[in-house]
Ligand binder design. Structure first.
Ligand code: 5AD
Ligand code: SF4
Length: 473
């Protein structure tokens, strides 16, 4: 029997990292690793990192400073700690992490987590000095693995790991596509996650069925450029995202489907029609535009104009009039003038967002925009960010307020913070709080919306029809 050890995984950044962390956990389970929520208890600490903006990357180094102290304390009581940095900072910085943070034993990129067992062996065993010499088991070595291996990490989600698929709760992520070929000039993703790769459709369907069997009712398909999905079907023919969604929608129990993140250039007619025709596809779409200025959009290499985007939004809304749109915005991209910034405010007013994420431009080493000389001063970025956020917060509040008095189907996920409170999600992705019993978890029930909170809604359960798929039934 394998001795029990504990692993603590801290996840930064996007939902794809959340998915990858769960897969790492699955990969480690056969080695006897059980997850812990206390870092100080962990024999193995993994930071699954994000490199999208400088702030995200810097957080990792401050966490490593704290881990150094913790590792030393554990060593005093004879407990060893293996410290690993995974994800996109690992991919981008590799060896540099080991140099900057001697506490780190292992660095591995997002494409190599299936090699974790072998990497752990190498850390524990020390490397064989040469073919003829024996390995030095007592000497630990440090390992950096940032290749893009020929084998596919998803192929290592074997039936054995599959059997261990823990219940992911009510709502789960499923990666269908990874990497990006768009090369927006500000973005590190094409470098850290590599070029665009779609998983075969039958592998995805198999995973979706497993999730349904584990009680999951909502699946969010993930990809850096998810609507560019073009996987192979079992018959060898290409499957696009619309067709993939239709096949997942056929799986009993999976009542809600979402996908993120999409690029405007890849919103094809079939996918737009799916928003009209597929009841499981939730009326929410994250469709970043980044800027409203055509000059900046061109400098960003987005390959669409502001009016292309607005026309596209009109077409999607014609298919699904109640669609809640969400976006990402960057302020202070190099060369952004006051007029360019005003154009961003204007596109926000015209498109109308239910939710938005906005960021100050952060120069990323190795990306073309970082080389542009006309960088925008920090104070200007701060001021623009504040103005842009005031506008999107007002839009978000207005959207939430428009739902008061309406009855929405809520998929309940967990107890809330207050006694007797349950929390679920509206079709538009907002958290909804009600008074109710824990039996609600895993069910979809109608809720009369009575008020709004900060990024959330409050309501009361309607005594109407019960959800036919009650978890407790
Ligand atoms: N600086 C600021 N924001 C960025 N994003 C991506 N790269 C950068 C950068 N260098 C934002 C984009 C993207 C989101 C995930 O992060 O808005 O859509
Ligand atoms: Fe980055 Fe998205 Fe542009 Fe790809 S499409 S380069 S992931 S911002």
């Amino acid at each position: 029997m394998t001795a029990q050890k504990t692993v603590f995984i801290k996840t930064y950044g996007c939902q794809m990292n959340v998915y990858d962390s769960e897969r790492m956990s699955d990969t480690l389970a056969p080695l006897g690793y059980v997850p812990t929520t206390e870092m100080a208890d962990a024999d193995l600490v993994i930071l699954n990192t994000c490199h999208i903006r400088e702030k995200a990357a810097e957080k990792v180094y401050s966490e490593l400073g704290r881990i150094r102290v913790m590792k030393a304390e554990r060593a005093q009581t004879g407990r060893e700690t293996v410290v690993a940095v995974a994800g996109c900072v690992a991919q981008a910085e590799g060896e540099e992490i080991i140099r900057r943070a001697p506490v780190v034993d292992m660095v591995f990129g997002p494409q190599t987590y299936h090699r974790l067992p072998a990497l752990l062996d190498r850390v524990a065993g020390g490397e064989r000095p040469s073919e003829t010499e024996a390995p030095k088991p007592a000497r630990r070595s440090r390992v950096v693995e940032t290749e893009f291996p020929a084998e596919d990490k998803f192929d290592h989600l074997t039936p054995a790991t599959a059997a261990r698929t823990r219940s992911r709760g009510v709502s789960a992520f499923l990666t269908v596509q990874e990497g990006c070929d768009k090369f927006c000039t500000f973005c590190v993703v094409p470098y850290t996650r590599g070029s665009e790769v779609s998983r075969p459709a039958d592998k995805i369907l198999e995973e979706a069925r497993r999730l349904a069997d584990a009680g999951v009712r909502e699946v969010t398909l993930l990809g850096q450029n998810v609507n560019a999905y073009h996987g192979e079907g079992a018959d060898g023919r290409p499957v696009n995202l619309a067709r993939l969604l239709a096949r997942i929608a056929d799986i009993p129990g999976l009542d809600r489907l979402r996908y993120t993140t999409s690029h405007p250039r890849d919103m094809d007619d079939e996918l737009i029609a799916a928003h009209r025709d597929m009841p499981q596809l939730m009326p929410y779409l994250h469709l970043p535009v980044q800027s409203g200025s055509d000059t900046i959009l061109a400098a960003m290499n987005r390959r669409h104009t502001a009016s292309d985007y607005l026309r596209l939004v009109d077409r999607i809304r014609a298919a699904r009039p109640d669609l809640a749109l969400s976006g990402d915005f960057i302020v202070g991209f190099p060369g952004e003038t006051d007029a360019d910034f005003e154009a961003s405010l204007e596109i926000i007013r015209q498109a109308g967002y239910a939710a938005s994420f906005s960021f100050k431009y952060s120069p990323r080493p190795g990306t073309p925009a970082a080389e542009i000389e006309a960088q925008v001063p920090e104070a200007v970025k701060d001021e623009r960010l504040q103005r842009l956020q005031a506008l999107i917060n007002a839009q978000e509040a207005a959207f939430s307020a428009s739902l008061v008095g309406r009855t929405l189907d809520v998929l309940f996920e967990k107890p809330g913070r207050m006694p007797g409170q349950m929390v679920g999600r509206s079709p538009y992705l907002q958290p909804v709080h009600v008074q109710g019993s824990p039996d609600l978890i895993g069910t979809i029930a109608p809720v009369l919306i009575e008020g709004t909170g900060h990024h959330s809604l409050f309501g009361r359960l309607e005594p109407a029809a019960q959800d036919p798929v009650r978890k407790s039934a």
